[in-house]
Ligand binder design. Structure first.
Ligand SMILES: [Zn+2]
Length: 360
């Protein structure tokens, strides 16, 4: 039954992609799918019917429980597990009832299990219209656990020049001409330019003179620097890529508020030692499609870091973000590093890998 609902959903979405779906419509369709998935999970638990999971789980499904250290990976493994679990519940006559609730803090439907008054929540994550993971946790444990993104795929959004594209082009022009009058109006008087892991420069005048010095120091004809406008998918905005010949690529990313660039961050790509190949502005800090940070992979808190990437959504500076140790698995490789999180926006800001792990 869900299969056909899924198909309907896909049809609707395909049609929408070809026409003019608004972001709001797409978000509400994703929400609707989340609700339907939760309904199936609920039914499976209430009827102790593991076969209902068959049509909704992705092959690389993951089950994570806050009470169990290891992540259970793979659709078949989970179906074996839940079949056994349902059998033992039936045998022991220790019934579980399931219901759906909407958790506003995370903007998501979750399934709450009640076994003799003990409550636990199952939080679904959906990817490519399939159930990608279930996270079992206490009902109230939502912060700082999961950071989600509500952004629809960019290709659906009507393409027109954004203010970030415009800013990047004008900044490029200023560097080419060694004259910032074309972009002057776009810079807030109190604009802050952060140089990644180095220092920050405050105020429009100082920022412009920094860049004029930079051009002076580089002292090469403009043609020897390769400039490009690139899209940073994670922040969904254009950045200016600056590649002086023979040097590391630099990305200049802006945060624009009420039509003025308030913050600028100049960072190398990749951020870390090139030996640890990971970070690219084309990726989200964690490479997860659903941009979900798995709380069980968070380690201890770290000291705040200065002059790192600020929250490019709200502007919160890196020293005011929450920093954690974090491990990220990516197939046979994994990364251990530092993760910063903005608690205003409930979003991951930067993942800086420090160690490359190889799993056998
Ligand atoms: Zn923020």
């Amino acid at each position: 039954m869900l299969r056909s609902k899924n198909a309907d959903y896909k049809n609707v979405r395909d049609r929408q992609e070809n026409s003019t779906a608004t972001i709001q419509q797409l978000i509400s369709m994703d929400m609707e799918l989340g609700k339907r998935m939760s309904e199936v999970i609920c039914r499976a638990w209430n009827e102790l019917d593991a076969s209902l999971f068959e049509s909704i789980l992705s092959d690389d499904f993951e089950y994570i429980s806050i009470w169990v250290l290891e992540t259970m990976k793979g659709k078949n493994r989970y179906i074996d597990y839940i079949t056994g679990k349902f059998e033992s519940i039936r045998k022991e006559n220790n019934p579980v009832s399931a219901e759906i609730i909407f958790q506003e803090r995370i903007d998501k439907y979750v399934v709450v299990l009640n076994q003799g008054g003990n409550l636990a929540a199952l939080e679904p994550t959906i990817e490519d219209d399939m159930l990608k993971s279930l996270w079992m946790r206490p009902v109230d444990m939502t912060l700082p656990a999961v950071f989600m993104s509500k952004k629809p795929k960019r290709s659906i959004v009507k393409k027109e020049e954004t203010e970030y594209e415009k800013f990047s082009k004008l900044f490029h022009e200023a560097l080419m001409e060694k004259d910032f009058s074309c972009v002057d109006w776009f810079l807030a008087d109190d604009v802050v330019q952060i140089l990644y892991d180095n220092k920050e420069i405050s105020g429009k005048k100082n920022v412009i003179s920094y860049w004029l010095d930079w051009l002076e120091r580089w002292n090469e004809p403009a043609v020897n620097t390769n400039y490009n406008i690139k899209l940073c998918k994670y922040y969904d905005r254009e950045v200016l890529s600056i590649e002086p010949r023979g040097k590391r690529i630099l990305y200049q990313m802006a945060r624009i508020e009420e039509g003025k660039a308030k913050q600028l961050i100049l960072c190398p790509n990749p951020l870390q030692s090139p030996m640890i190949r990971y970070w690219d502005l084309d990726h989200s800090p964690l490479l997860f499609k659903a941009q979900t940070v798995m709380p069980h992979r968070m380690g201890k808190d770290l000291e705040p870091r200065l002059y790192r990437i600020p929250c490019m959504r709200c502007g919160c500076k890196s020293e005011n973000l929450q920093w954690y140790e974090y491990s990220h698995e990516a197939g046979p490789l994994g990364y251990k590093g530092e993760l910063s999180v903005c608690t205003n926006c409930m979003e991951a800001v930067e993942f800086f890998p420090t160690i490359l792990l190889r799993y056998k």
